[in-house]
Design a protein around this ligand. Structure first.
Ligand SMILES: [Zn+2]
Length: 161
């Protein structure tokens, strides 16, 4: 289920629905939430690194540690790092973080073959998983993209009655 497209579409749907009630979820902030929804999967860069590079720093292979990016603690750190480059740092941070937490909410639904997610790392090694959706299914992504497109056009042509 939640591949990158699914995560982006879900973040868009959430922001679009919130925008009807709260105008602060405008296009620019929606993009921040969508970007934030991709932050945890920066860990997937590890696949590229493992395939093409083997980077060692002080004798430690960096590939062994890049999967730590898929934890809320890392997302908070990355969102803060990115927010530094914005004028409205606090809002940029919060929108990025909202996106990251939509990512974790969707990942939580997946059927886990490797145990689960360490959402409380480094405080605890407790694993979390709900085992509701198959990780290789495409229906959630397809449904999310269709709903996102419908919401996009609904926002473009609001009912003027
Ligand atoms: Zn993920």
């Amino acid at each position: 289920m939640p591949d990158l497209l699914g995560h982006i579409a879900f973040a868009y749907i959430l922001c679009r629905l919130l925008y009807f009630k709260y105008p602060t979820f405008d296009s620019a902030n929606t993009v921040l939430v969508m970007l934030g929804s991709l932050l945890p999967d920066l860990a997937k860069l590890g696949v590229i690194f493992q395939t093409f590079f083997s980077i060692h720093i002080f004798g430690y292979n960096i590939n062994d540690y890049i999967y730590g990016l898929h934890t809320p603690f890392s997302s908070i750190f990355l969102a803060g790092l990115i927010a530094i480059f914005f004028n409205e740092k606090k809002y940029a941070f919060l929108f990025l973080l909202l996106g990251a937490f939509t990512h974790y909410a969707l990942d939580l639904l997946l059927i886990q073959v490797g145990g689960g997610y360490f959402f409380l790392f480094p405080i605890s090694w407790q694993i979390f998983h709900l085992d509701l959706l198959p990780p290789d299914g495409y229906l959630f992504t397809l449904f999310s993209v269709i709903v996102a497109i419908l919401l996009y056009f609904y926002g473009k042509f609001p009912n003027t009655n």
